[in-house]
Design a protein around this ligand. Structure first.
Ligand code: PMP
Ligand code: GLU
Length: 399
């Protein structure tokens, strides 16, 4: 009989982190694993950001920081929101947390009562579902099709709304699909939500700066719903700072205060040194040589992946416009076998590719679409070329 609380027994392990763990284990056994499972830039944090952290240590920023983040960092985030997004926020509306993941958890726990419904356009990022579960909310998935670039239509959202709907959450650019909502598409969604003043909106914009279509569009720009939007963002992806663990929200004051209260009991705020590094990342306009080079590399890799994957029979491709993921439909291979292993679903296919040719991917089930697989292309072109060569060879053996 287990002694653990039900909430832990019901909680699924993060599949993105689980696949990375498996590939690390195989690598430790001496296998030449190419890991396309984790959504993590392969670049080092730029020196100008690392130097700010070194200075922070020398200046003894080693004491508890204010729970919602240092005032100068929160001001820098307001400056960033004005500079990059033309949005006006006060530092009292900003809460800095231990990664965007904690920012999302704070907001969901602050807003969702047991039984409240949370609309989640699907495919969605893996942790949304489990965070909603911890809050005892009910996730209501709104399925989007590959034919529509995995974007939901306003009518679908309208149809999913019930008197119990409290929140909607989505990412654009999207993890796992790389889809980017246009300004018009966001306005269509905003107009539906405008009719339902009890619904809050989490706009997860962590991939803001990895966007191949130009200007980032935020749903917070529509002033008729602005006072219900919670922007989630952070430094992990654009600045190659996943390990520093800094994310933030920009939100109505009441929600910011609730998140402050919650993390005051859970973490006492985010790491002081990492906050000083994040301050440097945020006050510097995002067009430094280092940031531009990373963006250029992601675009080249996206194009390479589209070209290489198109050469594999039966793989139905989407066309990502941002982030560093591609989410093809690979269901053509379900029911096939290489003579030894039978592939019934995306999970089997991922395990087949991992065990046979040592390429790690994540099955689409983790993101709400069991016909797909997520490829993270945040690795070198050499790795990507070799990974797709191996995948093509292994898939070619399935009959
Ligand atoms: N949202 C999305 C869509 C993500 O892909 C990630 C990546 N981990 C996060 C939030 C969390 O980011 P962080 O590393 O800052 O916690
Ligand atoms: N967001 C990344 C991913 O989806 C990192 C892993 C995680 O935080 O779950 O792979």
């Amino acid at each position: 009989m287990t002694t653990l609380a039900n909430r832990i027994n019901y909680l699924a392990e993060s599949e993105t982190l689980a696949m990375s763990r498996k590939s690390r284990e195989l690598r430790a056994e001496g296998h030449d694993v190419i890991n396309l499972s984790l959504g993590e830039p392969d670049f080092n944090t730029p020196d100008y950001i690392k130097n700010a952290a070194k200075e922070a240590i020398d200046q003894n920023f080693t004491f508890y920081p204010p729970v919602p983040g240092y005032e100068d960092l929160r001001k820098a985030i307001c400056t960033k929101l004005k500079r990059d997004n033309n949005l006006s926020y006060e530092p009292s509306q900003i809460v800095v947390s231990t990664g965007a993941k904690q920012s999302i958890a704070n907001v969901v726990l602050s807003l969702v009562n047991p039984g409240d419904e949370v609309l989640v356009p699907s495919p969605y990022w893996v942790s949304y579902k489990e965070i909603i579960k911890v809050a005892e909310g009910k996730a209501v998935f709104i399925p989007a099709k590959i034919e529509n670039e995995f974007k939901v239509k306003p009518e679908q959202i309208e149809a999913a709304i019930s008197p119990k709907t409290k929140l909607i959450m989505f990412s654009s650019p999207c993890n796992p699909t790389g889809s980017v909502y246009t300004k018009d598409e966001l306005e269509g969604i905003a107009r539906v939500l405008a009719k339902h003043p009890g619904i809050f909106i989490i706009a997860d914009e962590i991939y803001e700066h990895i966007n191949f279509v130009g200007k980032h569009e935020s749903i917070a720009q529509f002033d008729f719903i602005w006072d219900r939007v919670i922007i989630v963002n952070g430094v992990s992806k654009a600045f190659a700072m996943t390990g520093w663990r800094i994310g933030y929200i920009a939100a109505p004051v009441e929600i910011a205060k609730a998140c402050d209260k919650l993390q005051g009991q859970f973490t006492s705020g985010a790491c002081s040194i990492a906050q000083k590094a994040a301050l440097m990342a945020e006050i510097t306009p995002p067009d430094t040589v280092e940031i531009r080079e990373m963006q250029k590399a992601f675009l080249e890799r996206r194009d390479l992946m589209l070209r290489l994957l198109a050469e594999i029979p039966g793989v139905k491709l989407n066309h990502p416009d941002g982030a560093f993921y591609i989410f093809p439909d690979i269901s053509y291979y379900f029911g096939k076998t290489d003579g030894t292993v039978k592939v019934n679903n995306a999970n089997d296919l991922c395990m087949y590719l991992l065990n046979k040719v040592f390429v790690a991917l994540v099955p689409g089930d983790a993101f709400g679409d069991p016909n797909c697989m997520r490829f993270s292309y945040a690795t070198s072109k050499e790795n990507l070329t070799e990974a797709v060569r191996r995948i093509k060879e292994a898939l070619g053996q399935l009959r």
